[in-house]
Unconditional design. Structure first.
Length: 93
């Protein structure tokens, strides 16, 4: 019998709140921040999303535009465009 690791990680409320932004009249979390909370790389998160697109309706997830990225940069939500890995980030509502 194999016992699975059932360790629970508690994320402080302040950390979660600092990762939530307001865009398109929605509270969102960027793909990189969501991936970090799950302990995976953003590219791995997006691979799973692409494999399961039917589970991610448009009101739940959308890709930011260039203009929205500029807004996020000006608000210091994104430190620089280099941190995006050459692609526009996704936002999860």
């Amino acid at each position: 019998m194999v016992k699975k690791n059932t360790e629970i990680t508690i994320i402080p409320q302040e950390v979660l709140i600092s990762k939530i932004y307001y865009l398109r009249k929605e509270k969102i979390m960027l793909d990189r921040d969501l991936a970090a909370l799950y302990g995976v790389k953003a590219i791995r998160l997006m691979e799973q999303v692409k494999r399961n697109l039917s589970k991610f309706p448009s009101h739940f997830m959308f890709q930011l535009t260039e203009q929205e990225v500029e807004i996020m940069l000006s608000q210091n939500a994104i430190p620089s465009k280099q941190n995006l890995g050459g692609t526009l980030p996704y936002a999860f509502t």
